[in-house]
Design a protein around this ligand. Structure first.
Ligand code: UDX
Length: 469
């Protein structure tokens, strides 16, 4: 009877999941939505109209999942990422926020039992929490970066007070509780180096860093903070975050849940996944370097040339995923490697990196250290070489190289000799592989029934259910 009563309560919970409209944020929100559907809750997944048109190739197939959309206020041809990120931020805060409020009001008004009972929004949009709470809908914040990255953001005001800025220096930083012994200035979060027109104040990262810190702190206004991490990986950072929020749930890595049927998936897979697998199938175990520097990475052509020289000199076959604007520089590198030893494909939204990372032929992952990529490598036990650019990537890569020792951190040094040496070491070092595999085993335990992340997820479902009554 008790179980049935709980089931009925869960059925009454209807979550509006509202991701920040970029890929690295949508993917983990989809995985969280899948977990909630699996737990019996109803979910409406809120896209921007632009993304709904672009990404959604298959209708949702879960009876308790719906899709909704709001305009982001930008014209269709707007880039919305590199070069247009600040406009997206501003537009979501104004036009997006107004449309979201109107949608929530409509969803609350519905006279059947369809009314939304709880919002889970990406924590980079504090407006989404305040609008929901103002309308009487409880809201939780989901941050898609690491706990260590989030803690570093929270620490920005203190860091600035101490004069600690994110610069390429080996000096150890004070001011990030729990990370004093190993975090260097070069490991602090950076802001996206936006191509701004020259002008007073442009290029000064301090105001942007303070805004990012304020946004992180405002997660404390939500009912709880959800992080896609595991206590086994980031326990110390999680306990330092706890006093800043009402509650914190470490439920990750969400994509690795054993039960994950990815119920919320509504983005079709690419047809050329087959040719990619066939190419990998033709290679020996652990003989291929997988390269993916993320969708927002900005590198100069000199840096990219150094990088590619080092990669080719390391002598392994490589599979590289690059954005279209970076592809033209690949031709020379592919010729240098020998065409059968290199496969270059364009960043494809529908192709999740963890499918590639799971392939037996992949020996290491050369990554920008985005949190999703870091988790995907960690779950598969694949050693990483990190070349971080901005946001939490600097901090994540320090943890990979110096704390977890599951890979190497190239940080801000992109020299051909360094790339070559690090790729060789990540491919061949038994110590690094052993640490990566041990972390993989632990993470699988964490998400399995009775594991810490799985229990946290149950606790989260309990809170949502309670808030929905
Ligand atoms: C950024 C931050 O760095 C990250 O820490 C934060 O959590 C989200 O924003 P991003 O630069 O997008 O992330 O990188 P990452 O976090 O690694 O996410 C990329 C996602 O895209 C991964 O889930 C990856 O599997 C997926 N991907 C990769 C694709 O969907 N298609 C591809 O072709 C390659």
């Amino acid at each position: 009877l008790a179980r049935r009563a709980r089931w009925l309560r869960e059925m009454a919970a209807h979550v509006l999941a509202f991701p920040w409209p970029l890929q690295g944020h949508i993917n983990p929100m989809l995985h969280l939505a899948s977990a909630l559907l699996d737990a019996g809750l109803r979910v409406t997944f809120l896209h921007t109209e632009h993304n709904l048109r672009r990404f959604t190739r298959v209708p949702p197939h879960h009876p308790r999942l719906r899709l909704a959309s709001i305009p982001d206020g930008l014209p269709d041809h707007h880039p919305r990422s590199v070069g247009g990120l600040m406009e997206l931020v501003e537009s979501m805060r104004t036009a997006g926020s107004a449309a979201y409020r109107a949608l929530l009001l409509r969803m609350m008004d519905s006279d059947d039992d369809d009314a939304v009972t709880c919002v889970i929004t990406d924590g980079v949009m504090p407006f989404a929490v305040s609008v929901a709470e103002e309308l009487g809908v409880p809201a939780l914040a989901f941050r898609t970066e690491s706990a260590c990255g989030f803690l570093a953001y929270l620490s920005v005001p203190r860091l600035l007070e101490l004069g600690e800025k994110p610069v390429p220096s080996d000096e150890l930083v004070r001011g990030v509780p729990g990370m004093e012994g190993f975090l260097r200035r070069r490991d602090l979060p950076r802001v996206v180096p936006l191509p701004l027109p020259p002008g007073p104040g442009n290029g000064d990262p301090v105001p942007v860093l303070l805004t990012i810190a304020d946004t992180a702190a405002r997660c404390g206004e939500s009912r709880a903070l959800i992080l896609n991490t595991a206590a086994s990986m980031e326990g110390p950072a999680l306990s330092r975050i706890a006093p800043h929020v009402r509650d914190v749930f470490a439920v990750g890595p969400l994509h690795a849940r054993p039960a994950a049927r990815h119920a919320a998936e509504h983005v079709s897979r690419s047809s050329d996944d087959m040719s990619l697998s066939a190419w990998l199938d033709g290679h020996e175990d652990r003989s291929v370097v997988y390269v993916n520097l993320g969708s927002l990475t900005i590198v100069s052509s000199e840096q990219l040339a150094e990088f590619l020289h080092g990669l080719v000199a390391a002598g392994y076959a490589f599979l590289a995923v690059f954005r279209q604007d970076m592809l033209h520089q690949m031709a020379a590198a592919v010729a240098g490697a020998g065409s059968e030893r290199a496969l270059v494909v364009e960043w494809a939204l529908q192709r999740d990196a963890h499918h590639v990372l799971r392939h037996r032929a992949v020996g290491c992952f050369l990554t920008h250290g985005g949190w999703n990529s870091t988790l995907e490598a960690a779950v598969e036990g694949v050693p990483a070489v990190c070349w971080p650019f901005f946001a939490d990537q600097q901090t994540n890569s320090r943890f990979v190289g110096a704390v977890w020792r599951t890979g190497l951190d190239m940080k801000d040094v992109c020299q051909r000799a360094v790339v070559e040496r690090m790729v060789r070491e990540a491919m061949e070092s038994p110590e690094i592989r052993a640490s990566a595999q041990s972390m993989s085993r632990q993470l699988r335990l964490d998400v399995a029934h009775g594991g810490s992340s799985s229990s946290e997820l149950e606790r989260l479902v309990g809170l949502i259910t309670e808030l929905s009554l």
